[in-house]
Design a binder for this molecule. Structure first.
Ligand SMILES: [Zn+2]
Length: 243
C-alpha cells in the first residue's frame, strides 16, 4: 500500500476525514495520492546512485506544486537533517535510512545538480548556494506534503539549519538535526574509497572548519562517526528517533 494511503486510512480511522481534502494536482486536478512519481526522469541520477527527487503528477506530468500539498503536512511526520563536509558520510547514511526505514532521502548534492541543470537550460535560473537551499526546502515540503517522512543530507551552516527549522515550524514539525564530524583524515579516506567518484581533499577542507565550528556551539547535535560503520552510526545516534 502506498505510504500516504496508509496514513490517510489511519487518520480516517480516528475520524479525521479532514485529511481527505485537497492534495489534488493543481494542473489537472487528479488525486496525487498513489498517482505521482518521486524521481526526476529528465536528469540522470548522481554518480553515487542517489535520485533527484522532483515529484510529478503521473496523469499530466506537471511538477507537484508546494502550494497544492503543503497544507496536508502533518506534525507527526518526521524529518531528519544530516550535515557534514565531503566524505563525512551523509549520503551513505541518508541512503541507508531510506533503505531500512520509512523515509525518502533528499540528497542536497542531487538538488544542486538539478539547479545546475536548470541554470544551463534557463539562464535566468541563477545557480547560487541559497537557491540550492531554497530548492531543497521546496523539495522537502513537497515530499512531506505527499505523505512521506524525509531525510535531507547536505552541508549546512547554522544559519541554513535555522532556515529549515523555520520552514518546518510552520507545519508543526521539529526536525532531528545531526552534524557528522569525523576527523579530517577519515573524511579524505572515505572520499577516496567511494566506488564511483571522488570530491577531493579540496572539498573536504572547503567545509570542514565550518562544520567543526558548529561543535563549539552545539556539541549535542554533533556526531563523531570516525570509527563507526553506517549501521553503528544509525544504532548509536539515529535509531531512537527513526522508529
Ligand atoms: Zn496533474
Amino acid at each position: 500500500m502506498h505510504k500516504s494511503e496508509e496514513k490517510m486510512m489511519h487518520s480516517s480511522d480516528k475520524g479525521k476525514i479532514i485529511l481527505l481534502k485537497m492534495r489534488n494536482c493543481g494542473n489537472c486536478n487528479s488525486n496525487l495520492i498513489g498517482n505521482h512519481e518521486l524521481e526526476a526522469k529528465y536528469i540522470s541520477p548522481m554518480k553515487n546512485g542517489s535520485r533527484i527527487i522532483e515529484p510529478v503528477c503521473r496523469s499530466c506530468r506537471a511538477v507537484v506544486d508546494r502550494n497544492d500539498v503543503e497544507k496536508d503536512i502533518m506534525q507527526t511526520q518526521r524529518v531528519v537533517i544530516i550535515s557534514g563536509t565531503a566524505g563525512a558520510g551523509k549520503s551513505a547514511l541518508g541512503q541507508f535510512i531510506e533503505d531500512k526505514f520509512d523515509y525518502v532521502f533528499i540528497d542536497g548534492d542531487a538538488v544542486s545538480k538539478k539547479v545546475n541543470h536548470m541554470a544551463r537550460i534557463d539562464p535566468s535560473y541563477k545557480n547560487e548556494e541559497y537557491l540550492c537551499h531554497t530548492e531543497t526546502i521546496n523539495t522537502m515540503l513537497v515530499t512531506l506534503g505527499l505523505g512521506y517522512n524525509v531525510v535531507v543530507g547536505y552541508v549546512f551552516d547554522l544559519a541554513d539549519i535555522e532556515n529549515y527549522r523555520k520552514a518546518l515550524a510552520k507545519c508543526g514539525i521539529i526536525p532531528f538535526v545531526r552534524v557528522l564530524i569525523p576527523t579530517r583524515n577519515v573524511c579524505i579516506e572515505r572520499d577516496k574509497e567511494r566506488s564511483c567518484w571522488t570530491a577531493g581533499e579540496e572539498f573536504v577542507d572547503k567545509w570542514f572548519d565550518s562544520q567543526l565550528a558548529i561543535k563549539n556551539v552545539h556539541s549535542d547535535i554533533c556526531v563523531d562517526n570516525s570509527f563507526e560503520t553506517i549501521e553503528e552510526t544509525v544504532t548509536n545516534h539515529f535509531e531512537y528517533f527513526l522508529v
